[in-house]
Design a protein. Structure first.
Length: 104
């Protein structure tokens, strides 16, 4: 493997389609509630909850659970590390696309 392709290692935690969708949505907003994320990503409640738990454990998102008008509300935001890692992931994908078009 060449040094160039070794530098193009994709972050598997982020690259998983459901988590990539979540992080992409969150990268375009300050924060989002659970229902908005579910609608935007098309994930089921269980899948979204599972992915959010993994992202929170990794320090990529912060989850705030509270009550709004006596209803439970889960709010999610990217952490500084999450913003940096999703930006790096998109940079890596862009580099991969560029390399593919140059060599194709």
């Amino acid at each position: 493997m060449s040094q160039l392709t070794e530098e193009l290692v994709l972050d598997r935690l982020i690259h998983e389609p459901g988590r990539l969708a979540i992080l992409t949505v969150l990268s375009s907003v300050t924060d989002a509630d659970f229902v908005f994320l579910q609608r935007a990503t098309g994930l089921t409640k269980g899948n979204l909850s599972s992915h959010l738990s993994k992202l929170e454990e990794a320090g990529l998102v912060a989850i705030d659970k509270r009550f709004v008008r006596k209803k439970p509300n889960t709010n999610v935001a990217l952490t500084a590390e999450g913003r940096q890692r999703i930006a790096h992931h998109w940079d890596q994908l862009e580099r991969l696309r560029t390399l593919a078009t140059q060599n194709g």
